[in-house]
Design a protein around this ligand. Structure first.
Ligand code: NOJ
Length: 969
């Protein structure tokens, strides 16, 4: 059935567009994964299965500050091999479980967490340990919401309980296997001079007592050949298998990046949805499938288990090739099996208990989404390629003539002479600085691509300097520079794990010459930001289009150990370079294709080379939701699809997907037809213009959502289970979502020929159509409603109880909106209340970290015949909290930014759902305001229909000040 449906999808695509599946390994083509899955199979068939790993009770030691337990672990299969276990509890209740081989013949890679983590977490001292005969127990936190960790001795199992309910188990199924370092046994030579019978004896097979666990064969222990590549494995087998169960959670989410649903379908067990496990191995998968467990460009090994009782999570800090099987033996439990090629066991258990808690715990570890520059939330226009400076100028002119707002024009690889990044091709870009200045004159920016492959020619200073510094990634001998093939032909890859590369890389981005003998990008300006592509790394002649696993990085680590971190390090150092090229530093924008846990600290990502198909448009929404809950909110997919020539209907729908993506960029392959929005015929052209204007009008909402995300880790896009964690009917919903905490609920249309859409409402509340103010009613147990979804309408609802702050004046770019007035829309709840937030700062610098921001709360309350709408200073309301490192108690309302925008007005106030026509509308202490009322359905009524609407023009209020508007009914 499953196989049949994928065939149908493939058949719908033009013949040329299909992934080369055979370029990428399945589990059965990777020896370590074969071994891991075979282990699970043996366990499944053996009712007496028992993990051979156990804790030596005599070795248990609890740190004097109570924070950490350490113990010795051994495997009954190899009693002489010793492992060390370390269990510690962080201040926020996160439990870190680490295990590594001690005094072994080798060193397992143990640095993934140090790259992913923001800082070394503080441990808790508020733990009570009880060492028993069979286990050791830790009790954390208050009695009511008690967390307990059990570390069972024989076999070794770690479990987390909340209020007596099992939340997470490590090795509960006994699949833990840390392949220890061993010495390669050379095959026994035939006995010389012996009799035939004696010779025969030497090769006779001795039964392997460990075969029940390890299997009979040494499958790919020391070398592995795949296609034309041979992977030498000087360290031998070092894989890590571990089962992680969520025995009381029927849904698991996370582990992006895969083209699949948000609630992860099964890969093992009866009637598994997919055959192959989810894979995390950052790869340049050309023309990827729209429904698959194949690995894609990035990996975030965080997974959440969810049920209506609780949400829990795990972050598995591993950077090597990892396959993950998912099984749901029933609707209420989830079992997962993680098989990695190398690395230590380093698991962080995120105790929850609600989605907001796991997000806070995960981003507490790996950092929150970097607060973007405000302009980066505008519309980005890209294609491979704008071919010359005059092309860029002409495109900009057309955008302006046709009144399409846009903030950024992008340059793909063809700007660079022979793909030598930083070096302009002067035949086509003779005047890069003047071109950028022409774009910047309208408040806009440019983004140029800088890929990590450097053309190996002496005349290219970037390559030459890197080579002379000795910072190029080495082949397996650890000495010789690795050479591979990419856009620039024969290329080298800088080893960004080498600290000697960091200062050098940052120097390249200085737009003023700093040193006479070093290259710096003086033919650029501070209005040029950066795109990091191909950083998996993509290498055309390498295994699985990447780097050989036995290549060597700084510290002697093999590429196999660090592969999934590679893209993040490049992104990290590039973002630092762009930030620090000016004094004071400015917020950088760096887009990355490859990523890992923590990449959200450095900028934005996109979902790579999607196809211009409805299936890709659909799955792109799910992928972006998955990224949002995995900490990486600043994400989006290529609007229009990278490959193909979307028909106008598809392009229009895709624009609306983009309007509601945190990162909004149109992009297209070099072979596609031009498809800038001004090229569309009517009515498509006007619809796209409206879509872009909608995005720009909502920039304050996006910015406020990003600000919240950057402070507490809440995703910018919030799927249903996040907003309604107890509503089971919403747990699998991944085609509609909320924008931040704004109350905007959107369901982009990703199907052809649609005029209506179903939207699920999870609660008994009024929801207003954003455009028509039609009031719909949800129900306690959830309800599907039908809303108009003609081509010019994206299904967009405002949840009753919200206040939206928008800016409605069309401009050519977002910086031109800085002093524009606001419209406030108060969408009353059934109880007659509403609340919303607005965050503003200068949008480019870090002065907000020193308190230069405005953070408002708008609150509406109904009291018998009066509705009061108040604007409050939220910073003042929350004196106990610290935001952006600024203690709100010391927050200065008269800060420089607040002063700068003090004249910015509220030009319009709209109240939806009033119960009756007002008798008066006043600014508190002021005279009657100019208002208009249109009768309609009241928020608290039970009927549906267009809501009543009060419009107050120029209420005499400014956006950064306190005020109150009183509506008398
Ligand atoms: C691959 C990227 O995914 C794509 O977006 C880009 O246009 C090409 N590389 C060329 O740079």
């Amino acid at each position: 059935m499953r196989a049949l449906s994928s065939l149908l999808v493939l058949a719908a695509l033009p013949a040329v567009l299909a992934v080369k599946r055979e370029d990428f390994k399945t589990c059965s083509q990777a020896a370590f994964c074969r071994r891991g899955r075979a282990l699970a199979e043996r366990a499944g068939q053996n009712p007496d299965w028992k993990s051979p790993y156990s804790v030596d009770p005599a070795s248990i030691s609890i740190a004097s500050d109570q924070s950490t337990l350490t113990a010795s672990v051994a495997s009954s299969l190899y009693p002489e091999i010793k492992f060390g276990l370390d269990v510690r509890v962080h201040k926020d209740g996160v439990v870190r479980v680490r295990m590594d081989e001690v005094d072994g013949k080798g060193r397992r890679y143990n640095e993934a967490a140090s790259w992913a983590l923001l800082a070394e977490p503080e441990t808790s001292k508020d733990i009570h340990w009880t060492v028993g005969k069979k286990d050791v127990k830790a009790t954390i936190g208050p009695k009511k919401d008690k967390l307990e960790i059990f570390v069972s001795f024989d076999p070794l199992v770690v479990k987390l309980y909340r209020d007596g309910r099992e939340e997470v188990a490590l090795n509960g199924l006994g699949l833990l296997h840390m392949e220890h370092f061993r010495t390669k046994e050379e095959p026994q030579p035939a006995v010389e001079g012996g009799t035939e019978a004696e010779g025969a004896q030497t090769v006779m097979k001795v039964p392997n007592p460990r075969a029940w666990f390890e299997g009979e064969e040494e499958d790919g222990y020391w070398e592995e050949t795949w296609k034309s590549w041979t992977d030498s494995k000087p360290k031998g087998p070092q894989s890590l298998s571990l089962d992680i169960s969520f025995p009381n959670h029927g849904h698991v989410y996370g582990i992006p990046q895969h083209a699949t649903r948000l609630s992860l379908p099964t890969t093992s067990g009866q009637d598994a949805f997919y055959d192959d496990p989810y894979r995390l191995w950052n790869s340049d998968v050309f023309e990827y499938l729209s429904d698959s467990t194949m690995s894609l460009y990035g990996s975030i090994p965080v997974m959440y288990g969810h049920s209506k009782e609780s949400t829990v999570g795990i972050f598995n800090a591993i950077a090597s090739d990892t396959f993950i099987d998912v099984a749901h033996p029933d609707d209420h439990s989830s079992y997962t099996h993680w098989i990695s090629e190398s690395g230590i066991l380093d698991i962080f258990i995120l105790p929850g208990p609600k989605p907001a808690d796991v997000f806070k715990q995960y981003t507490g570890l790996t950092g929150t989404q970097a607060m973007p520059a405000h302009w980066a939330l505008g519309y980005h226009q890209c294609r491979w390629n704008y071919v010359s400076s005059s092309d860029i100028r002409a495109v900009q002119q057309r955008f302006d003539e046709d009144d399409f707002p846009v903030d950024v024009f992008w340059l793909d690889i063809e700007y660079a002479e022979e793909h030598k990044y930083f070096i302009w091709d002067h035949k086509t870009f003779p005047d890069p600085v003047e071109m950028t200045n022409d774009v910047a004159a309208i408040g806009r920016k440019m983004v140029a691509i800088i890929d990590p492959h450097f053309k190996r020619v002496e005349s290219y200073p970037v390559y030459k300097e890197a080579r002379d510094l000795g910072i190029i990634t080495k082949v397996k001998d650890g000495q010789t520079d690795y050479e591979g093939w990419c856009w620039s032909g024969s290329s080298a890859w800088v080893d960004f794990f080498n600290p000697a590369s960091w200062g050098w890389w940052k120097g390249l981005f200085k737009t003023v010459q700093t040193s006479s003998d070093k290259f710096s990008w003086t033919e650029s300006t501070n209005d040029v930001h950066i795109w990091n592509d191909m950083n998996e790394p993509a290498i055309f002649n390498g295994p699985e289009i990447s780097m050989p696993r036995d290549n060597i990085h700084h510290g002697g680590w093999e590429h196999r150990d660090i592969h999934n971190l590679h893209g993040m390090l490049y992104h990290n150092i590039t973002a630092q370079a762009v930030r620090d090229r000016t004094d004071p530093p400015m917020r950088p924008f760096v887009l990355t294709r490859s990523f890992y846990a923590g990449s959200q600290r450095f900028g934005a990502m996109w979902t790579g080379d999607n196809l211009g198909t409805w299936e890709h448009m659909t799955v792109g929404v799910k992928m972006v939701l998955s990224l949002n809950i995995a900490g990486f909110s600043f994400s989006g997919s290529d609007v229009g699809g990278f490959f193909g020539n979307p028909e106008p209907e598809m392009l229009v729908r895709w624009y609306y997907v983009g309007v509601f993506s945190p990162f909004f960029r149109a992009h297209a392959h070099i072979d596609t037809k031009r498809r800038e929005p001004y090229l569309l015929a009517e009515p498509y052209k006007s619809i796209v213009r409206d879509a872009l204007r909608l995005r720009y009008s909502m920039l304050p909402i996006w910015y406020t959502a990003f600000r919240e995300s950057s402070v507490n880790g809440m995703p910018v896009l919030r799927p249903h289970f996040v907003v309604f964690p107890e509503d089971e009917a919403g747990f699998a919903i991944d085609d509609q979502f909320f924008v931040g905490g704004s109350g905007l609920l959107v369901k982009p249309v990703t199907e052809k020929g649609v005029t209506e859409a179903n939207v699920y409402l999870a609660e008994e509340q009024v929801y207003y159509d954003y455009f028509s103010a039609h009031a719909y009613r949800g129900a306690v147990k959830g309800k599907n409603i039908t809303v108009p979804a003609t081509l010019d309408k994206v299904p967009l609802l405002i949840r009753g109880g919200s206040v939206l702050a928008t800016r409605e004046r069309p401009r050519r770019s977002s910086p031109l909106m800085k002093y524009d007035p606001f419209t406030l829309t108060v969408a009353l709840s059934t109880a007659g209340a509403a609340r919303g937030e607005l965050y503003l700062d200068d949008g480019i610098s870090y002065s907000h970290e020193a308190g230069a921001f405005v953070w408002r709360e708008f609150v509406a309350a109904t009291n018998s015949k009066t509705v009061r709408i108040e604007s409050r200073d939220l910073a003042r309301e929350k004196p106990g909290e610290a935001v952006d490192g600024v203690a709100l108690a010391t927050y200065d309302e008269g800060n420089a930014f607040a002063r700068d925008i003090q004249a910015v007005r509220v030009e319009k106030l709209v109240v939806l759902g009033l119960a009756a026509k007002p008798s008066s509308v006043n600014l508190a202490g002021g005279k009657e305001l100019d208002w208009e009322y249109t009768a309609g359905v009241a928020a608290g009524a039970s009927k549906e229909g267009v809501a009543s609407r009060l419009v107050v023009k120029n209420p005499g209020a400014t956006v950064a000040a306190d005020w109150e508007i009183i509506v008398q009914l």
